[in-house]
Design a binder for this molecule. Structure first.
Ligand code: NAP
Length: 266
């Protein structure tokens, strides 16, 4: 199966490397179309497949085309590709907010898969939520899921609106985690720790807590109860979190992200 990745930026390169690392495809079957000459040169040096600057030279050959350009570049790309697409080709888009209908009409195709990955995909620890148009066959869907699995975990959803919901949770999610980590690191410094010490205290606490959660059947609430004894230090902090409305603010934040994803999609 010949794969063409359009846009060899952060995500395009991430996917090319994870497909090759997992041996799910070979360099000979991988093509990358990149418009920036400097970026194309860098990609060519990485030896991850053939790098092209013209769609005419590679689009027709591809069985699967991965759209990894920024959403604002989508319309220009569609206009450029439309005369050369084939309805048998499967298009996988990771562009945030660009709906499947827009992609199908823009490219004159029917087989569309839309996925929302997140940044930890760069380490093979990504979370990707994906959906597809009716015309994509089961075999094609499994093939694409296998490719996406090389960059982390995946969930298939049947409704496209769930992609916007996933954008609000796992797509933007790493930034929420960094926000919380940053606040804790700042607080640790105020309590007298050096910057490296604060980073170690916070990162190891996040890692340890997630590992603990994954290794058990306990809920977050149950784990909180295990850490927080009555009248103790943890409870003092949790009470302030509740009083200042932090819990509700997190829910409101995710809702705002979802609303914005829907708005951008329109
Ligand atoms: N980064 C993330 O965490 C993340 C998470 C989920 C989804 N996404 C989605 O992934 C997509 C790619 O994001 P990214 O961070 O990888 O962007 P990026 O680093 O800007 O990469 C996009 C690349 O595509 C090139 N390009 C633009 N138009 C092109 C065209 N017509 N033909 C060939 N190449 C073209 C760009 O070149 P120029 O720079 O010259 O324009 C750039 O090198 C976006 O749609 C984003 O919404 C990203």
């Amino acid at each position: 199966m010949k794969i063409l990745i359009i846009g060899g930026g952060n995500m395009g390169l991430t996917y090319a490397q994870s497909f090759l690392r997992s041996h799910i495809t070979s360099k000979e079957e991988m093509m990358i179309l990149e418009k920036s000459p400097e970026r194309a040169e860098l990609l060519a040096k990485k030896d991850i497949g053939t790098v092209y600057s013209e769609a005419e030279l590679c689009l027709r050959e591809a069985d699967l085309v991965i759209l990894a350009v920024k959403p604002q570049d989508a319309q220009e790309l569609f206009a450029q590709l439309k005369p050369k697409t084939d309805p048998q080709q499967v298009f996988l888009s990771i562009m945030a907010g660009v709906q499947m209908d827009t992609i199908a009409h823009g490219l004159g195709i029917r087989k569309v898969i839309r996925a929302m990955p997140n940044l930890p995909a760069q380490l093979g620890q990504g979370m990707t939520v994906f959906t597809s148009s009716e015309e994509v066959t089961r075999i094609e869907l499994v093939m694409v899921q296998n490719l996406l699995n090389t960059a982390g975990k995946t969930i298939y959803v049947s409704k496209e609106s769930s992609i916007d919901a996933a954008t609000a949770v796992s797509g933007s999610g790493p930034a929420y985690v960094f926000f919380f980590m940053h606040a804790m690191m700042e607080a640790a410094r105020k309590l007298g720790f050096s910057t490296p010490e604060s980073e170690l205290l916070v990162t190891q606490t996040f890692l340890g807590a997630v590992e603990l959660y994954l290794a058990s059947n306990l809920s977050c609430q149950e784990w909180i109860q295990k850490v927080a004894s009555k009248g103790g230090t943890t409870e003092a902090a949790l009470q302030v979190f509740e009083q200042t409305g932090l819990h509700r603010a997190i829910g409101d934040g995710l809702q705002a992200a979802f609303n914005r994803a829907e708005e951008l999609g329109r």
